[in-house]
Design a protein around this ligand. Structure first.
Ligand SMILES: Nc1nc2c(c(=O)[nH]1)N[C@H]1C(S)=C(S)[C@@H](COP(=O)(O)O)O[C@H]1N2
Ligand SMILES: [Mo]
Length: 228
């Protein structure tokens, strides 16, 4: 557990040490050359000075249950229910046959780490909602994870934003089990805790139910930078 209670299943220690090793070499070279070129290059390659911190620019794998649910892609179904005209049960093939959206955007955890230029692909949440047909009085969505514990929420207007994806691909591959595959949410304008992994069910309703971390004090409106 880190200080804010987010569970971190570590697997980046080796990469972190590699970055430190590279930094050590770069410092040595810059002394020899009496120029900062090597350090500048290292810093450009890795994105920022933060790259000298072990694990910077890398995803941390989080799971509040302490384990990684393994969900068979063949039997996966995304259920959409509640205040909708047509409840849905979407297989991966269904999602792949829908209008697809790709975007490149950083991933920002509220605890401070950020991964730049992440490639995301899936179906806009708004597109899925248009198939389900939310009723007039629906104002909120609740997301439930296949881990049986994690939950999230969005307002209906947040859910309509074009950069909110039901994602089945990220970083150039199918979403892996540790990143929440086969399907996770990606809410680009909000902190990572909104991007629920192992997305199992979407319930459309007229009440925002605060999500897992929101019960521990994170803002329900998780805009990056804290704008309400
Ligand atoms: N089901 C589930 N979804 C989750 C979490 C989690 O613990 N369980 N952690 C959240 C937080 S705080 C972050 S920053 C991201 C981390 O995504 P990653 O594990 O792919 O790096 O997932 C979010 N979605
Ligand atoms: Mo996070």
């Amino acid at each position: 557990m880190s200080s804010n209670g987010e569970t971190h299943v570590g697997r980046r220690a080796v990469l972190g040490m590699a970055a430190l090793g590279a930094a050590g070499i770069a410092f040595g070279a810059s002394i020899d050359n009496a120029v900062g070129g090597t350090l500048t290059r290292l810093s450009n390659d890795l994105g920022a000075l933060g790259a000298l911190v072990p694990g910077a620019d890398e995803f941390r794998i989080y799971t509040v249950t302490g384990s990684i649910p393994v969900i068979s892609p063949a039997s996966y179904r995304l259920r959409v229910g509640g205040m909708v005209k047509s409840p849905l049960e979407l297989s991966l093939d269904d999602l792949r046959a829908m209008k697809r959206t790709r975007l490149v955007h950083y991933f920002q955890c509220v605890t401070g780490w950020r991964v730049p230029s992440v490639h995301w692909e899936g179906v806009q949440l708004s597109e899925i909602l248009s198939h389900a047909g939310a009723t007039e009085s629906a104002t909120a969505l609740r997301f439930l994870s296949g881990d049986g514990v994690y939950t999230e929420s969005l307002t209906m207007s947040q859910a309509q934003l074009p950069d909110v994806l039901v994602a089945d691909r990220m970083i150039g591959d199918d979403v892996t089990p540790d990143h929440g595959g086969p399907v996770r949410l990606y809410v680009a304008p909000m902190y990572g805790y909104k991007s629920i992994k192992w997305l199992d069910r979407i319930e459309v309703s007229d009440t925002v139910v605060p999500g897992y971390w929101e019960n521990f004090g994170y803002p329900v409106n998780g805009w990056i930078g804290g704008v309400a």
